[in-house]
Design a protein around this ligand. Structure first.
Ligand code: C2E
Ligand code: CA
Ligand code: CA
Length: 552
C-alpha cells in the first residue's frame, strides 16, 4: 500500500496543477492582448501590420509597456495562488485524516473496553480478570513472591433482587462495586464476574496477614446499610481466597480453588475462608464434578428426557420439553439443578447446549421418520442466548437434521433478556425470522418488563410451577396464575402452565383457558424410547397424532 504521505503529496501536486490552469489561460489572454494592441498601434502609426510597425510601437508606446507586464503578472499570480490553494487543501486533508484517526482509535478503544468490562459497574469482567491473573502470576513467578485471589459473593442477593426487582438489584451492585473500589489498592484488580460475584487480585501480597486485612476491610465497607427504594437493606458477603503458588500455579486452578473456599464460607456461614486441601475433601463432589463434567460431555454421558406438554384446544401433544440429565458413572443419573449452575459458571454450558440441541433434533428427526411429528422445546441459558454465534449454530443443526424451525421452541428466562435487552432483541429476532418459537420460561419469578415483552418476538409464556403446584389451595397462587393467563392473552401470547400434578389442577387450568399444560399428572420427563409407546398406548393425548404403525 502507498504510504499516506505519498498519497497526500500526489494530491497536492494534482491540486496545484488544477489551480494553475486559470493562470495559464490568463497568461495566454494577456499575450493575445499584447499582440492585438501592438498590431493596432502599428496600423494607427503606419497604416499596416508589419514587423517594423510592431517593433516601433513596442519601443515608443508606454501604454503597451504596461500591457506587456500583464502575462508576467498573471504567471506570477497563478503560481502564487495555486501554491496557496494546494497548501491549504493539503493542510485540510491532513487535519481531517488526523481527526478520523483519533476517532477510529477512540472507537477501537471503546470496543475493546466493552469486551473486557462489565457494563453495569464498568469493572473488569471475567475475561479481563483471567488475563490480569495470568500476567500477575508471571510477574510473581519472576520475582519469586506470592499473590492472592479473593472471590466474594453477596449473601441473600437473590432475595433482594426478587423482592425489590432487578432495577434495585442493579443499583445495589453499583453501590457494592464503588465501596469495594475503595478497599483495593491501585495495583490490585477488582472485577465483577457476573451476578453478585466479585473478585480481587492482591498483587503484590506482602504477607498472609494482608488477605485477612483486606477480607476485614471488605466486610467493613459493605456493612453500612444501603438505601434502596426507601428501604434500608443489609448486605454481607462470603469471601473465599487462594494463594499463588501454595494453592495453584495457574489461573484456572487458582480461580477454581477460590470458588471452593467461597462456597465453604457460604456453607459454614463464615465471612472469610482461605482455601485448604481439607475443603476439597469436604466438597470432593463439587470440585471433581467440574472436571468430570468436561469429560462427561465428550464421552456422551449426557442423556435426554422428553416431557410432554398437552394442548387444551386439540387435546393432543403441543410439544415436548427437552430436559438434560447426566448419567454419572458413580453418582448415577444427576438432574440439571446439580450441574447446570456449575456449567454456567465454568462456561461448560456452551458444549452442553450444543449437545442437547443436536441430540434433540436428531431424536425429532427419528420420530418424524416413523410418522411422529412432534415439536421440541429446549432450555437456553442466558449466556448461550447472548452468544452472537448461537443463531448460526442452531441454523446449521436445523439444516443438518432437516427439521422445520416452526417445530422448535427456545425456552428462555426473563433475566436473560434483561441482562442485555438490545442484544437479546437482536438475537431473538433472528430466531423469530427463521420461524423458531420463543417461550418465556419460569414466568412470574423474575422481573418482568411488560413494555419490553411486547417488543420481543415471543409466542408463549410458561407460568412457573411454583405458582401452579399449589394453586388449588393457595389463593395468591391462583390469582397469579389467572392474571398471567389474562396478561398473556392480552399480549397476544399463548400461555403454558407447568407443574400440573393432579386432575383438578388440569381441569381448572383448562376451564380458565390456559393454552397448554405440562406436569407429572400428564407424565414425567420420559426416555425417548418410552415416549412413542406412551403416546400411542395408555395416554389419552395421542388421538390427534398420525397412526404410529411403524412405532413399536
Ligand atoms: P424448567 O425449565 O422449569 O423445567 C421444568 C422442570 O420441572 C423439570 O425439572 C421437570 O422435571 C420439572 N417438572 C415438570 N413437571 C413437574 C411437576 O408436575 N411437578 C414438579 N415438582 N416438577 C415438575 P428438571 O428436569 O429437573 O429441570 C430443572 C431445570 O433445569 C429446568 O427447569 C431448566 O431450567 C434446567 N434445564 C433442564 N435441561 C436443561 C438444558 O438442556 N439446558 C439448560 N440450560 N437448562 C436445562
Ligand atoms: Ca423450561
Ligand atoms: Ca420452569
Amino acid at each position: 500500500m502507498m504510504p499516506i504521505s505519498q498519497i497526500l503529496s500526489d494530491n497536492v501536486r494534482l491540486l496545484k496543477a488544477k489551480a494553475a490552469k486559470p493562470a495559464i489561460y490568463g497568461v495566454t489572454i494577456a499575450i493575445g492582448a499584447v499582440v492585438i494592441a501592438s498590431a493596432l498601434v502599428s496600423v494607427i502609426n503606419t497604416g499596416e501590420i508589419s514587423i517594423n510597425g510592431i517593433v516601433h510601437a513596442q519601443s515608443s508606446n508606454v501604454a503597451l509597456w504596461a500591457l506587456d507586464l500583464m502575462p508576467f503578472i498573471f504567471a506570477f499570480w497563478g503560481q502564487y495562488v495555486s501554491s496557496l490553494i494546494a497548501y491549504e487543501a493539503g493542510a485540510m486533508v491532513i487535519d481531517q485524516t488526523q481527526d478520523l484517526r483519533t476517532k477510529t482509535t477512540a472507537l477501537e478503544y471503546q470496543a475493546m473496553h466493552d469486551a473486557t468490562h462489565d457494563a453495569l459497574t464498568d469493572l473488569p469482567n471475567r475475561i479481563l480478570l483471567r488475563d490480569r491473573l495470568q500476567q500477575a502470576i508471571h510477574s510473581a513467578q519472576r520475582e519469586d513472591r506470592p499473590l492472592a485471589v479473593l472471590l466474594l459473593d453477596l449473601n441473600r442477593f437473590k432475595d433482594i433482587n426478587e423482592t425489590l426487582g432487578h432495577y434495585q438489584g442493579d443499583r445495589l451492585l453499583k453501590h457494592v462495586a464503588s465501596r469495594l473500589k475503595h478497599v483495593v489498592r491501585d495495583a490490585d484488580t477488582l472485577a465483577r464476574l457476573g451476578g453478585d460475584e466479585f473478585a480481587i487480585i492482591l498483587n503484590p501480597l506482602s504477607s498472609l496477614e494482608d488477605i485477612h486485612t483486606v477480607a476485614n476491610k471488605i466486610q467493613k465497607a459493605l456493612a453500612p446499610p444501603y438505601t434502596l427504594d426507601g428501604l434500608n437493606v443489609d448486605v454481607q458477603a462470603s469471601v473465599g481466597a487462594a494463594l499463588y503458588p501454595e494453592h495453584g500455579t495457574d489461573a484456572d486452578t487458582l480461580l477454581q480453588r477460590t470458588d471452593v473456599a467461597m462456597y465453604a464460607a457460604k456453607q459454614e456461614k463464615k465471612s472469610f475462608v482461605l482455601y485448604s486441601d481439607k475443603l476439597d475433601q469436604q466438597s470432593p463432589r463439587r470440585l471433581t464434578l467440574m472436571s468430570e463434567l468436561r469429560e462427561g460431555i465428550k464421552n456422551n454421558e449426557l442423556t435426554l428426557r422428553f416431557q410432554p406438554i398437552v394442548s387444551n384446544r386439540t387435546n393432543g401433544i403441543h410439544e415436548v420439553e427437552v430436559l438434560v440429565r447426566w448419567d454419572h458413572k458413580i453418582h448415577g443419573i444427576m438432574t440439571p439443578d446439580e450441574f447446570i449452575p456449575m456449567a454456567e459458571r465454568t462456561g461448560l454450558i456452551y458444549p452442553i447446549t450444543q449437545w442437547v440441541i443436536k441430540n434433540a433434533l436428531k431424536q425429532q428427526a427419528a420420530w418424524r421418520a416413523v410418522g411422529l411429528d412432534v415439536g421440541i422445546a429446549v432450555n437456553i441459558s442466558a449466556q448461550t442466548l447472548l452468544d452472537p454465534e448461537f443463531p448460526d449454530q442452531v441454523t446449521g443443526l436445523i439444516a443438518a437434521y432437516d427439521v422445520s424451525p416452526q417445530r422448535i421452541t427456545l425456552e428462555i428466562t426473563e433475566s436473560s433478556i434483561m441482562f442485555d435487552q438490545e442484544l437479546a432483541l437482536h438475537i431473538l429476532s433472528r430466531f423469530a425470522d427463521m420461524g423458531v418459537r420463543i417461550a418465556i420460561d419460569d414466568f412470574g419469578t423474575g422481573y418482568s418488563s411488560l413494555s419490553y415483552l411486547k417488543k420481543l418476538p415471543v409466542s408463549h409464556l410458561k407460568i412457573d410451577k411454583s405458582f401452579v403446584l399449589d394453586m388449588l389451595a393457595n389463593e395468591n397462587d391462583a390469582i397469579i396464575v389467572n392474571a398471567t393467563i389474562d396478561l398473556g392473552h392480552n399480549l397476544g401470547l399463548k400461555v403454558i402452565a407447568e407443574g400440573v400434578e393432579n386432575e383438578e389442577t388440569l381441569d381448572r387450568l383448562r376451564k380458565r383457558g390456559c393454552d397448554a399444560m405440562q406436569g407429572y399428572h400428564i407424565n414425567y420427563p420420559l426416555r425417548a424410547e418410552d415416549f412413542a409407546p406412551w403416546i400411542y398406548g395408555a395416554s389419552q393425548w395421542g388421538q390427534n397424532l398420525p397412526p404410529g404403525q411403524a412405532i413399536n
